[in-house]
Design a protein around this ligand. Structure first.
Ligand code: LLP
Length: 437
């Protein structure tokens, strides 16, 4: 079990002063008092720092890359705007995702639309706004885009999402690249569709794309992915004399959720993929391609903690349960993927105890930790669940008629409310009742 020291070493924006956990010197107690709990607390500066780490990593490799932030990880407007201002692109999965990227200030040419089952309105929104790239996942989708684009008088850049039969990720539910998964098309079909697309008037094939999974911490997997995509594009060139000037590697780079894992410096990722791709292209006598990456988790996960209040502490048999005011509706990763997240009490006491930590939702999966050793916790204490910035608020719901939580952001030493807690009216506002009821 990780000691507090190791946890703090991995989170330099957190400190302990007089036995109290602080974030960049701010009292989490005071923040909770002012904004209530459950509450997500985002460190905006850390997100910017991560983005710059990525950008600089590609620059130092002399690698032309677009960092297209995967909005699904966290699509709060304050965050998408912060990243857009730094120059990030956006990877989105829906028409509203495109609207959000544009509203955030992302240039049309830096928006990438991905997804295995796009609707007619998703495609129309993309084509109407002439976004940078649509990654297609079937022949039918290619034909549909071509038809819509021709009608609108546009020519859309498209990529082909390839199912490389290469799958990785921390949990079966977040692996996407295997043959058994619904994503992409196989290599043979990809070559055929690339050629087919080159003859169409409404589309222009420019890219090959893959996204093999999420929370991947083995760089060799990305090297293999990069190599396979690059080799496929050299085959396309050899066979059909068609260039593939863009390779989109998707997202998936993991972070250390447990304190005995190490953070992978982005420099290492950039180095390995750029080198691998450039080598294959060079050997084939082709010009270096542009690289797109679609990071979600790596950019935002460690920026955020979920602050929750202890409603009760009780014993059942041999177990001591801490029952908190946050539930699986606020944060679903533990219930859904059995994910491990560090949890730190805001008041640190000398005595230690082993706890299970559960929420208010009436499901046995509504549990954030089991057999976790923490410093002693009492009723009305606060706890912080760490690394909650990716797939936290974005996967929250109003299940059990509970509000989705409020979110605050610390940025340049100031605290801002960036999402209000749902009110009762928010929760029921789209419901309609039957006549005479
Ligand atoms: N690009 C595509 C096409 C994706 O499907 C995803 C994530 C990403 C990029 C970003 O991947 P990342 O860099 O964040 O790993 N809810 C799960 C993760 C699901 C990921 C889905 N796709 C979780 O909480 O672990």
């Amino acid at each position: 079990m990780a000691g507090l020291d190791e946890v703090l070493k991995k989170h330099p924006n957190l400190q302990i002063l007089n036995n109290e956990l602080l974030i960049r010197g701010f009292s989490l107690f005071k923040i909770a008092e002012e904004y209530g709990t459950p509450l997500y607390v985002v460190d905006g500066n850390l997100i910017v720092e991560r983005y710059k780490e990525m950008r600089d990593a590609f620059l130092s490799e002399n690698c032309n890359a677009l960092i297209a932030y995967a909005y699904k990880a966290n699509s709060l407007l304050a965050i998408t705007k912060l990243l857009a201002k730094e120059g990030a692109g956006a990877t989105v999965v829906s028409a509203y995702g495109i609207k959000l990227a544009l509203l955030s200030g992302v240039e049309n040419s830096k928006i990438v639309l991905v997804g295995p089952s796009k609707s007619y309105s998703d495609l129309t929104e993309a084509i109407k706004n002439n976004i940078g790239l649509i990654n297609i996942e079937s022949e039918q989708e290619l034909v549909e885009i071509n038809q819509i684009a021709e009608k609108m008088g546009n020519r859309m850049n498209i990529g082909i999402r390839v199912n490389l039969g290469l799958s990785a990720g921390a949990h079966p539910k977040i692996r996407t690249g295997g043959r058994k998964h619904k994503f992409g098309v196989d290599e043979k079909t990809a070559i055929k569709l690339y050629k087919y697309a080159s003859k169409m008037k409404g589309v222009k094939p420019i890219a090959l794309h893959a996204h093999i999974g999420s929370q991947i911490t083995d760089l060799k997997v990305f090297q293999l992915e990069a190599q396979r995509l690059a080799l496929l594009s050299s085959t396309i060139y050899k066979k059909h004399k068609l260039d593939v000037p863009v390779l989109d590697l998707g997202g998936g780079l993991g972070i250390p959720y447990t304190s005995n894992e190490e953070r992978i410096p982005y420099k290492e990722f950039a180095k390995i993929v750029c080198k691998t791709i450039n080598e294959v292209y060079e050997n084939a006598g082709l010009q270096k391609p542009m690289i797109i990456v679609e990071p979600g988790r790596y950019l935002v996960a460690d920026s955020t903690l979920l602050l929750m209040k202890v409603n009760y502490v009780k014993r059942i048999g041999r177990k001591t349960w801490i029952l908190v005011d946050a539930g699986m509706n606020d944060f679903i990763r533990t219930a859904m993927y059995n994910a491990y997240h560090e949890i730190v009490p805001i008041i640190i006491r000398d005595k230690k105890e082993v706890y299970n930590i559960g929420g208010p939702v009436c499901e046995s999966s509504d549990v954030f930790a089991t057999n976790r050793e923490l410093s002693e916790v009492k009723k009305d204490d606060l706890l912080a669940l760490l690394d909650a910035g990716a797939y936290g608020i974005s996967m929250s719901s109003t299940y059990n008629i509970r509000s989705r939580p409020a979110v605050v952001m610390l940025f340049n030493n100031k605290l801002y409310l960036i999402r209000e807690r749902d009110t009762f009216e928010d929760i029921i506002k789209n419901d309609k009742t039957l006549p005479n009821s």
